[in-house]
Design a protein around this ligand. Structure first.
Ligand code: AMP
Length: 217
């Protein structure tokens, strides 16, 4: 399967992408994870991106398109991939389309996760992520608590809150989603690729929708 997941920040698309990619043994490409890793390593891209991320702004298209090109060069996407958090602008969607046509791995479907903004704020501010960059499991203090408070169920490392998951940056990220990222939905509708999912459900219910959308491909 060759998919892109689109939706507001905190809707749970990362959790769903990770789960589906693991069950299908295909590549999970999260540009947020790639950027956070670059920030942690203090690489040149990480240093350039840090301020944008911390304040809830989008990292410039040119940087993102370079990152995604390099990621596909790894050559592990022949069996399928899930793009999570990319594209986020029409310019990125156009560049992605060219790239995927070049490597003959075009998108088969774009899953759009809908969720009202009021839900997002509660969900996102309770989100906790494993600080081990090789793990990055996500939890929620209310909806998906870890077995031991503050520790990852999978690797035992400490859980942390993302710097951009506090109310100020979240509001900015929602604004960016509505103003820019939502513009890519008509782009993919014109190509008949969009499937809409209800992201305001429990994680298992959303996963059931993800699987049944996949069954139609
Ligand atoms: P995410 O983990 O997908 O919510 O991404 C976290 C942050 O990384 C976003 O708020 C942006 O600052 C940045 N980012 C991730 N993907 C992109 C993208 N495709 N375009 C621009 N910025 C991005």
């Amino acid at each position: 399967m060759r998919l892109a997941f689109v939706g507001p920040p905190g809707v749970g698309k990362g959790t769903q992408a990770k789960r589906l990619a693991e069950s299908l043994k295909i590549a999970h490409i999260s540009t947020g994870d790639i950027l956070r890793d670059a920030v942690k390593r203090e690489s040149p891209i990480g240093r350039e991106a840090k301020n944008f991320i911390d304040n809830g702004f989008l990292v410039p298209d040119k940087v993102m398109i370079g990152i995604i090109r390099e990621r596909f060069e790894k050559g592990d996407c022949g069996n399928g991939y899930i793009l999570d958090g990319f594209p986020r602008t029409v310019e990125q969607a156009e560049a992605l389309e060219n790239l995927l046509n070049e490597i003959e791995l075009p998108l088969q479907s774009v899953y759009v996760f809908n969720c009202p903004d009021e839900f997002i704020l509660e969900r996102i501010t309770g989100r906790r992520t494993c600080s081990n960059s090789a793990c990055q499991a996500t939890f929620h203090v209310r909806f998906l608590p870890p077995r031991v408070e503050g520790a990852c169920d999978q690797c035992g490392e400490a859980l942390e809150q993302r710097t951009d998951d506090s109310p100020g940056p979240v509001k900015k990220r929602l604004e960016k989603y509505h103003a820019q990222t939502s513009q890519i939905i008509p782009f993919y509708e014109e190509r008949n690729l969009v499937q809409r999912l209800d992201g305001a459900r429990t994680s298992d219910e959303v996963f059931a929708q993800v699987k049944s959308a996949g069954a139609t491909l």
